[in-house]
Design a protein around this ligand. Sequence first.
Ligand code: GDP
Length: 534
Amino acid sequence: MSDTASNRPELPSEIARRRTFAIISHPDAGKTTLTEKFLLYGGAIQMAGQVRAKGEARRTRSDFMQMEKDRGISVSASAMSFDYGTFRFNLVDTPGHSDFSEDTYRTLTAVDAAVMVIDGAKGVESQTQKLFEVCRLRDLPILTFCNKMDRESRDIFDIIDEIQENLAIDVTPASWPIGVGRDFVGTYDILRDRLELMDRADRNKVAESIEINGLDDPKLAEHVPAHLLETFLEELEMARELLPALDRQALLDGTMTPIWFGSAINSFGVKELMDGIANFGPEPQIQVAQPRNIAPEEKKVTGFVFKVQANMDPKHRDRVAFVRMASGHFKRGMKLTHVRTKKLMTISNPVLFLASDRELAEEAWAGDIIGIPNHGQLRIGDTLTEGEALRVSGIPSFAPELLQSVRAGDPLKSKHLEKALMQFAEEGAAKVFKPSIGSGFIVGVVGPLQFEVLASRIEIEYGLPVRFEQSQFTSARWVAGDKQALDKFINANSQHIAHDHDGDIVYLTRMKWDIDRVERDYPDLKLTATKEMM
Ligand code: GDP
């Protein structure tokens, strides 16, 4: 692995060596398998030798889960840190269910890059497209891994075209596959002029790597079967002619994605991808905040909460807030200001999801993700600093697209239900609205599966069977404006008014037409479908 000179020389080396990223993909494309191989090649899994049986690799992954259990929390592998060569990788998990949720969006606010995994037989699928668009909103750099090359795949130029067209991003091949399906023998590493040969007999073996001196090097013909060589050379020539060369700045700007071809299950192409993340992926980036942005190299520590996970242990109503460190060098026991409440918090038991040494680490640098156990003080969007009143911005809360009313199976337990709902609202798992007239709650989510997840969590975590039912409302908008206009609006529309868990006013309705009418009749009010969390 060669180190590339930092494009931000002002970064201390501890920060410059960090790569914080998420994997985005359509279900089944191979995200889990790739994650396992990352852990295997990273320091996360202590390897006795180079080779490991598949079963063993699986066991090691569940060890990791066991470790979480031993610590009394289950983070469901929300964040994993491991060393790769001289680099520290922080891999943040995007929620696995196929519903697009705000959770996914917020996870992507905590990373500096995304690895997009696509299935070579399928190309860009619907979920990839959606997630990609979310990355686009933030100009997140994207590295692409085209997986399952050991099986029949689509034409490579077609796949590249599809990415360029559907996702409107330039694609540069970092490697080129040789042969397809059964005939797939490996790839040519375009960035380093090396031939990488896949060993079909041993899924965990690191590929054989052969240095090549120009395309007329006789070593090519020695290792590539004759019937594949000609096609490969033609394709490579065409690729070099038609496709742009890697431009790191364009990658960092999010306008170009390098693509690697491989087979995660055969551990093939994974190291090249990891080298790519290390050498070309972004270092910890500047964080957009108010009233000023935060640079990672600043001496003072800042961080922000992008995810809250509650009820890891149903007996204790504790939560873990996942904090992305935005600047500085954090040390355990530090006192940080919780900017929203202006209170000092001593961070005495932060959790670092270090998979390699399995111990609570005592420090963290900008780019790292730490978990802070707390009793509910920390909410999504909160910023922690060494005193300055900074607020990280850009962590949105979306208006839910689906609304249902919820009722406790046992009417006497409605206080319990309220508590459970508020907890989920603070966790960011759902929107909870309390209508100003009548009793009960309206719950809003972005994907339909979330109602089922909520119902089962309320039952498991609170011992409370609940029923979700059709609500009379289908849309929600936050309403803001000066007090006089607001009061007038509320009085005239009391049937439609509710409050969210922060006490902010929400307008609920059945018809899009209603929203247009309000906007027309109350020009002084602002109706919004997102609310910035703070
Ligand atoms: P996820 O849903 O994206 O996390 O996908 P998984 O990692 O669970 O993989 C989905 C399926 O594809 C599993 O059955 C894997 O064994 C299989 N798979 C993953 N990578 C490869 C690969 O490189 N080649 C082949 N043939 N199958 C793969």
